[in-house]
Unconditional design. Sequence first.
Length: 248
Amino acid sequence: MPQILVAIATFNEMENLPQLVKAIQRLLPEADLLIVDDNSPDGTSMWCMERQKTDAHFNCIIRAGKLGLGTAVLTAVQYAISNEYDFLVNLDADWSHPPEKIPKLLAAMEEPESHSHYDVAIGSRYIPGGKTMGWSCSRKLMSGGVNFLARYWLGLPTKDNSGSFRCYRVSTLNRILERRIGEGKIRSQGYSFFEEILFRLHQGGAKIVEIPITFTDRKRGKSKINKKEALRSLAILFLLGVSRIFGR
Ligand SMILES: Nc1nc2c(ncn2[C@@H]2O[C@H](COP(=O)(O)OP(=O)(O)OP(=O)(O)O)[C@@H](O)[C@H]2O)c(=O)[nH]1
Ligand SMILES: [Mg+2]
């Protein structure tokens, strides 16, 4: 049986997290869960610490304050590597990513018919069969623009490079990223983490597959992305593309 870690970064997700944890544990009773919470004032941290005491499959890391989505997922990557999991699944807490697709992401890592063996499976909104529901035009434009940059500026072959709903093969994360992580050379602290990690993995020769998902805009709780973070992420994408041109 492969060892699976499902990781969720949270900040003020009390309205979403308990139900989502229940749904994931129903789907994957053998998997472990890791919540990386940034000391959420709405009670999420307290809930996680209480749950950790009674549930052997549930762990949490509570950080000192809001340190960014990218560094939270990086913490989960480091945890998965040091605890020698086989697969790391990441998703958002706000039900935008359908948990019932997690088994499909895991199954996509191996394709017995074609003897294919993948390093990353992306829950993708931008391949046939995938879609977004409830997004404004500006949100669609922003996501389209970022994905255009990821394809043509970073040279990524995949269509959905900005979503966080993914499954990673942990041995590949370790092989390609361990040194860079150790040297503190992952640039993104926020949302560009997802393009950056894919870029680094692709450059390291990782095989990536996409499976279609329907992304639903959050119904409860507040969005954490803001203009400053969006601009910072764009700047990082620009710098990553420059480093690609100069082969560094
Ligand atoms: N630990 C941690 N989690 C974060 C941080 N920022 C966002 N998150 C979590 O990351 C996930 C994605 O954040 P969202 O606010 O939903 O971002 P988004 O999906 O781009 O925005 P919406 O469309 O409004 O949902 C959620 O589970 C958040 O709780 C952070 O600074 N630290
Ligand atoms: Mg969201």
